[in-house]
Ligand binder design. Structure first.
Ligand SMILES: [Zn+2]
Length: 74
């Protein structure tokens, strides 16, 4: 069974990985490994300025995708 993150969960009130919570708890300049097998998110990263990125695996390479807390809310 796959884990769903808060972005791709098909359920209204259920998901395994709360990306917004992970991002909020990150200190600037740090990343946290998560694994959503559905959308291939491998990690959440916050840079020194507090900008948030999702690290996704695309064709065996990690791509950083800029995002915001609002977008991570389910
Ligand atoms: Zn997902």
């Amino acid at each position: 069974m796959s884990d769903y993150c808060s972005i791709c969960s098909p359920f209204d009130d259920g998901y395994d990985i709360d990306l917004a919570k992970v991002a909020l708890e990150l200190d600037n300049g740090h990343s946290s490994n998560v694994l959503c097998e559905v959308c291939n998110i491998k990690a959440v990263y916050k840079d020194e300025k507090g900008n948030i990125y999702l690290a996704k695996e695309v064709k065996n390479e990690i791509e950083l995708e800029s995002t915001t807390i609002e977008k991570l809310m389910p």
